[in-house]
Design a protein around this ligand. Structure first.
Ligand code: RIB
Length: 298
């Protein structure tokens, strides 16, 4: 089963700070790193490192060709990544001493997708493939409608959550991969139990992977609910933890791994991700995840 990810590619400018800056405040940082990131790219790398066959589609500027090298390195198919005359998307990320982050996002080339491009990419995929989306690119409503019409299963990570998602027909989504904040924004509920009930009521045919930060994650569909606690770890940078979860989850689904086992892999993979700096480079390969899980059992 192939996975097509139409998603963002961002250059992440990551600054270490004492605390997340407040309005009107000036704070200096003594460490800046530039990492490859973007929710789309992170999730494609997570999928590939987990062993899935993944095709990334999206747009970068001439300043973003490092993404093509990274795709080659990590095994992400890149023939649907176009280089356009718009700067590559970028972020300014502050990471504080507790490993929490705040992200300022400039869309750039991620907002330059055209209907012609989308149509061309989708024409190579069909009902046997999964489409993965996040909310950092333009044309999301059109992509969902056209992929659904082609019979594709659509997985959505509704992140970052904003009013543009209101234009998307969420009834066409088969799998939601989201955190509590996004779940709350979709359902209007605050408590984790009520969020799940609300999601199931709104989308009875869908399945859900609700991540709960340090608590872990819950998988739910109409027949079952499975809770997976997080593996305790000293966090250094939480960027891409959710993206790692998403990639490992869909990789497991595409391989037919039982959900309980998929969730263990997701939890271990994202525990490793948060113990390292950066987005793409922090995501572990499958071998590392499986051997750490093996050690947990002994
Ligand atoms: O989910 C983490 C990602 O969000 C970062 O890599 C950054 O690019 C933002 O898109």
């Amino acid at each position: 089963m192939r996975i097509l990810n139409i998603g963002s590619l961002n250059l992440d400018y990551v600054y270490s700070v004492d605390h997340i800056i407040k309005p009107g405040e000036t704070e200096s940082s003594d460490s800046r790193n530039i990492f490859l990131g973007g929710k789309g790219m992170n999730q494609s790398c997570s999928l590939a490192k987990a062993g899935a066959e993944v095709y990334h589609a999206g747009m970068i500027g001439r300043d973003g060709t490092a993404f093509l090298d990274a795709c080659r390195e990590f095994g992400v198919r890149s023939e649907f990544i176009r280089v356009v005359d718009v700067p590559t998307g970028h972020t300014v990320i502050q990471v504080d001493k507790n490993a929490q982050n705040s992200i300022l996002l400039f869309g750039g080339a991620n907002q330059a997708l055209t209907e012609t491009f989308v149509e061309e990419v989708l024409s190579y995929f069909g009902p046997e493939d999964i489409l993965l989306l996040q909310n950092e690119i333009n044309l999301l409503p059109c992509i969902v409608d056209r992929a659904y019409a082609r019979g594709m299963r659509i997985a959505l990570n509704p992140s970052p959550f904003n009013s543009r998602l209101e234009e998307v027909d969420l009834r066409k989504i088969s799998v939601f991969l989201l955190n509590e904040v996004e779940g709350s924004q979709i359902t209007g509920e605050k408590e984790e139990r009520n969020i799940l009930v609300g999601l199931k009521e709104k989308f009875p045919e869908a399945s859900f992977l609700l991540t709960l930060g340090v608590k872990g994650a819950i998988y739910a569909d109409r027949d079952q609910e499975i809770f997976q606690p997080a593996f305790p770890v000293k966090a250094v940078d939480t960027t891409a933890a959710g993206d790692t979860f998403t990639g490992y989850f869909l990789a497991g689904v595409s391989e037919g791994v039982p959900v309980k086992e998929i969730l263990r892999r997701c939890a271990m993979a994202s525990a490793i991700t948060v113990s390292r700096k950066g987005a793409v480079p922090s995501i572990p390969y499958r071998e590392e995840v499986l051997s750490r899980l093996e050690r947990e059992l002994h």
